[in-house]
Design a protein around this ligand. Structure first.
Ligand SMILES: Cc1cc2nc3c(=O)[nH]c(=O)nc-3n(C[C@H](O)[C@H](O)[C@H](O)COP(=O)(O)OP(=O)(O)OC[C@H]3O[C@@H](n4cnc5c(N)ncnc54)[C@H](O)[C@@H]3O)c2cc1C
Length: 529
């Protein structure tokens, strides 16, 4: 903490000393600043491409602001992932003769300090979509422009800007299918931009290097204890790793995607979400790869390619729709989008919450998911739905409690996709699953993991149970349990709640919310900065 304060102070001092240079005309050799945020890559990075095209020397900046624009700071797993991705970006820039300048402190103060100390002629960034972030970016852009600097923002995160797709009344869409159809009618997004061919970096003045931090100083990586072993084994970081994952998915798994994407034990989904989250990869790059695969005869039969392409592009669509919601409902992570849910009698159940978090609910499919999450920082989508349903319906926990746990433990924890999906599962969101659709965790497991491969991997204490019992060990006879070496209630818990009772309790609670189904109230349509 002392270090952070020191860095902030250092930045402010530089800013004040150099303020006068900002008002004069910028000399031709003045550098430009690329402010990296959720776009930690070199290719299809519109702000970087624009900056490089000016021909001016580049300063590549990343600012860690623990309270960035009043938004929620990243959770533990996301911080580790950010650390690794920043390291990879810095290495990529160094290979090209530059570096990533790291600063810590209030972000607009740090940015203006960087501008002042370097005499920069312009600042370029890709947009963010949180309400506070957009307001902060708009203010910053106005301040920089008022001082005669060029300040420009770009779309580096989405296929379709959220204010461009509205219904016939000029309002935001509430239903995914109608919204996605409208997006598709708008045509394909532009193709991805290549990484700059020529690199010209500004050598950093001493005033700036004094304020620069080392990556380890940000404190993103765990030390004592180092709990990130499972994350490290699972996720190679950076743009190169992201592009490899992208190619591997389309070469190996794409054809099976439509049929097998719901089976967590088969691992055919792309696993691109962590890379998309930090922008090591852009959605336009993914979309372009999808289009190429659709026409690639090596990617399977035409029919399977078509259905896989349809499914996969609609999943990318869901990502976009989550951002659309974040844009139109800036308090997506805090407020029930359907006000009727304000009357929901959520339970305060610390024991239940803890059992769920630790993967000890007694429902093997749920527990496998929660343990996969804890170990790898990721969970398969089907299992995310089942575990979130279990938390909000079987345990009647407020969706915000579950969302917060995912926020802390997911490497892909996303300010749009996480709350939007939690509200979808809970029933409180836009175009949400009806609350009365309550997943049966046993049937879900039997359907999507029929041989129990996924459970055997993540709940090894049950590995020797036969397939017919692995989803419901409480139905096993004493003989079966002994043969499998399981002592129920000792090696593995009995269910924390009985399914039918939990279901009835959830429906009764839901009835208390009344039938009111108000239209979610959003904020006006205004472009992002
Ligand atoms: C309760 C819950 C919480 C979630 N939290 C997050 C989160 O914090 N961050 C996150 O990226 N995703 C989240 N998701 C969505 C989804 O589970 C993940 O995006 C997906 O599992 C990532 O795996 P993949 O890359 O292999 O997906 P694929 O099936 O290969 O899909 C390709 C891409 O499409 C996007 N996508 C797929 N499904 C969804 C979806 N339902 N919503 C939004 N985008 C989607 C992702 O960017 C994904 O990488 C959540 C889902 C649920 C049910």
């Amino acid at each position: 903490m002392a270090f952070a304060q020191g860095a902030a102070h250092c930045g402010a001092a530089v800013f004040i000393r150099s303020r006068s240079t900002l008002t004069s005309a910028q000399p031709v050799h003045a550098p430009v600043v690329v402010w990296f945020r959720d776009d930690l890559r070199l290719a299809d990075q519109p702000a970087l491409a624009y900056a490089a095209a000016t021909g001016r020397p580049l300063i590549c900046l990343y600012v860690h602001d623990p309270q960035a624009a009043g938004e929620r700071p990243p959770g533990g797993a996301a911080r580790w992932w950010l650390h690794e991705t920043l390291r990879a970006l810095d290495a990529a820039l160094r290979e090209r003769g530059g570096r990533l300048l790291l600063m810590q402190g209030p972000e607009s103060e740090m940015l203006e300090a960087c501008v002042a100390a370097s005499g920069a002629a312009g600042v370029f960034w890709n947009r963010r979509y949180g309400g506070n972030e957009r307001d902060a970016d708009a203010r910053l852009k106005a301040r920089l422009r008022a001082r005669g600097l060029e300040a420009e923002s770009f779309n580096g995160t989405l296929l379709y800007e959220p204010w461009t797709v509205l219904n016939q009344s000029g309002e935001s869409f509430q239903v995914f299918t109608a919204w996605w159809r409208a997006c598709r009618r708008a045509g394909d997004p532009p193709p991805p931009l290549p990484a700059p061919q020529r690199w010209n970096f500004q050598s950093l003045p001493a005033r700036l290097t004094q304020c620069a931090l080392k990556l380890d100083d940000l404190g993103f990586a765990p030390h004592k204890p180092d709990w990130a072993g499972g994350l490290r084994e699972t996720w190679p970081a950076g743009e190169e790793a992201a592009l490899e994952r992208l190619s591997a998915f389309f070469a190996d798994d794409f054809e099976a995607y439509a049929d097998e994407r719901d089976a967590p034990g088969l691992a055919v989904t792309s696993r691109l979400s962590p890379y998309l989250r930090v922008g090591a990869l852009s959605p336009r790059q993914v979309y372009a790869a999808l289009k190429a695969a659709q026409h690639d005869v090596k990617a399977g039969s035409p029919a399977s390619r078509e259905t896989s392409a349809e499914k996969f592009s609609s999943e990318l669509g869901w990502r976009e729709f989550c951002y659309y919601q974040r844009y139109h409902y800036p308090d997506l992570a805090q407020r029930n989008l359907r006000p009727a849910f304000d009357a929901m009698p959520w339970r305060r159940d610390a024991r239940g919450l803890r059992a769920w978090q630790r993967g000890l609910t007694g429902y093997p499919f749920v527990d496998a998911g929660m343990r996969e999450l804890w170990r790898t920082g990721w969970m398969h989508n089907r299992v995310r739905m089942v575990t979130a349903s279990f938390a909000t319906k079987h345990l009647l926990l407020d969706w915000r409690a579950g969302e917060q746990w995912f926020w802390d433990t997911l490497v892909d924890a996303d300010p749009a996709s996480n709350p939007a999906n939690w509200q979808w599962v809970a029933g409180s969101g836009v175009d949400a699953a009806p609350y009365f659709r309550i997943f049966n965790p046993v049937l879900q497991g039997q359907k999507f993991d029929p041989r129990g491969a996924y459970i055997r991997e993540w709940v090894p204490e049950l590995a020797s149970l036969p397939d017919r019992l692995i989803h419901q060990p409480w139905k096993a006879s004493q003989e079966d349990l002994e043969a499998a070496g399981v002592r129920l209630g000792v090696d593995y818990p009995l269910p924390v709640v009985e399914h039918e009772l939990a279901r009835a309790r959830a429906l009764e609670a839901f009835a208390k919310t009344g039938k009111a189904r108000g239209k979610p109230a959003g904020r006006g349509q205004k472009e992002s900065e």
